[in-house]
Design a binder for this molecule. Structure first.
Ligand code: HEM
Length: 473
């Protein structure tokens, strides 16, 4: 990269320091350098290595400040959060998720968060323990035949089917393996993957044509969006009708949304709002967990010592029986392995905020209306906070190690009031899945190739993770 550094220590006319960063070209800023590096992950990683903990980057017309120090993360997400919102960047995400919990702001967001919180508390998610165990069990049974045939499985695909199954059942009481809906759910999954990719591509290019212009990409995006609306909208309409006929029911997350009433006004959500929350939870609630599990199987296969510790733990604690939620505290290594996979490959590898007013971070001036790029990926590998950060080592998450570390050195679920509402759900699901799968199978990589991460909205493996299943005694 042909970098020309901004002069470190340069000052603004207000006497404040300007953050260093790679010099860009007129109009496009640093966009060509991102293209040249091949991905945003490598561009940001190199910018952090070269320019330090606060880097000024320009993506087209947008001034970005990449931050990586835990103190700065706390500043933006917690201590000075009044100065930050999710920003105009959310307009693009709204094309995907509507005005749901992920994208909304202010009092509206606060009300929705209050309404939706109860089933997601540590206690609330225990109601999903049984369906989670049931679905994992069915996956294990379905794998018997490929295991006997020594067949190769695309583990990313398998994990996606599992986590989509879990969210479909716990939220909508839909069995996506059932013939009636399997095709629709799979199609909706593919449509969503395309939409996510489209939006990531748009974010990286900084310029895009409005969706009403019928380019082939826009047409495909609009068709994908219609397909998802058909599938999830149909489920919501049907359920609302059932509530009208039979009165409130209480079986799943969708019922919770339909029954929720604002404690001040007594108002329920209208159909549009319920739909936006359903699509938000459906998609935010499975892709990320699937990526975590996929990376974890890849890492375990590459680290036989860690894999052995995991196998010893599940064998000792569970013997041959299926776990219940009561077993999870006795399976700490399985949980630490999940946390370590999310350290190295955080599914939400970056997310952004926008400043309302001028601020100062790490001694550098942050002008109003700047975009702050927070990167769990960079902070989780920050050499000041992690020893040998590239190495997979679940023991880092032993309580005494965690206690020694900066609290904000690890934030795969974000932090502050906008922290992931599904964190307890995801951790419970991943913990159960790792324990149950490791109990029955050893997953071996088909080849020992190194798989690089690729940014596709979430951080995915750039190549399919192909594995064989070995039945454990
Ligand atoms: C490993 C799994 C997951 C990861 C790594 C993850 C990551 C994140 C992150 C980083 C945020 C905050 C983004 C920001 O502050 O801008 C977030 C928000 C959110 N996540 Fe997750 N998530 C996961 C699983 C889930 C699950 C299982 C659900 C639902 C069942 C979910 C639903 C949401 C929602 C609705 C928000 C927006 C919350 C708000 O703003 O109030 N996520 N997630």
């Amino acid at each position: 990269m042909n970098h020309v550094t901004n002069v470190r220590g340069a000052t603004t006319n207000l006497g404040r320091q300007v953050a260093p960063g790679p010099r860009g070209i007129p109009l496009l800023g640093n966009v060509p350098q991102v293209r040249q590096k091949g991905s945003l992950v490598s561009f940001y990683s190199q910018a952090h290595r070269e320019y330090g903990d606060v880097v000024h980057v320009r993506m087209g017309p947008i001034d970005q400040y990449l931050i990586a120090q835990p103190d700065h993360v706390r500043h933006v997400l917690v201590t000075n959060r009044q100065n930050y919102w999710k920003g105009v960047a959310m307009e693009r995400v709204k094309l995907l998720l509507g005005n749901g919990l992920f994208t909304s702001e202010g009092e509206f967001w606060q009300r929705q968060r209050r309404l939706m919180q109860p089933p997601f508390t540590p206690r609330g998610v225990t109601q999903f323990g049984e369906p989670m165990v049931g679905l994992i069990q069915r996956t294990l049974d379905r794998w018997e035949a490929p295991a006997r045939a020594n067949a190769v499985l695309d583990i990313g695909q398998e994990m996606m089917t599992l986590t989509m199954g879990v969210i479909a059942e716990t939220m909508l009481s839909i069995d996506i393996t059932h013939d009636d809906v399997a095709g629709n759910a799979a199609e909706a999954g593919r449509a969503f993957a395309y939409m996510l990719e489209f939006i990531s591509r748009q974010s990286a290019t900084a310029f895009s044509l409005p969706l009403w212009i019928p380019t082939p990409a826009n047409r495909r995006f609009n068709a994908a969006s219609a397909l998802i609306q058909d599938f999830l909208g149909g489920v919501v309409r049907e359920r609302r009708e059932r509530h009208r006929r039979a009165g409130p029911q209480q079986h799943d997350l969708l019922d919770t949304l339909l029954n929720a009433r604002d404690d001040q006004t007594g108002q329920a959500m209208d159909d549009r709002q319920v739909y936006d929350e359903v699509i938000t939870i459906f998609f935010a609630g499975h892709e990320t967990t699937a990526q975590t599990l996929t990376w974890l199987w890849y890492l375990l296969a590459k680290h036989p010592d860690a894999e052995r510790r995991l196998h010893d733990e599940v064998d000792r604690v569970l013997g041959g029986r299926a776990p219940t939620l009561a077993d999870l505290p006795n399976l700490p290594y399985a949980r630490m392995a999940v946390e370590e996979a999310m350290r190295l490959y955080p599914p939400a590898w970056i997310f952004v905020r926008e400043s309302y007013n001028d601020d100062e971070i790490g001694g550098y001036h942050i002008p109003a209306k700047s975009m702050i790029v927070l990167s769990p990926y960079l902070t989780h590998r920050h050499p000041d906070h992690w020893e040998r950060p590239e190495i997979f080592q679940p023991e880092r998450f032993a309580p005494e190690q965690v206690a020694k570390r900066h609290h904000y050195a690890y934030f795969p679920f974000g932090s502050g009031p906008r922290t992931c509402i599904g964190n307890n759900f995801a951790l419970q699901e991943a913990h159960l899945a790792v324990a149950m799968i490791a109990q029955r199978y050893r997953l071996r990589l088909q080849t020992d190739q190194e798989i690089q991460p690729k940014m596709m909205g979430t951080l995915r493996p750039a190549a399919p993770v192909l594995m064989r299943l070995e039945r454990r005694p």
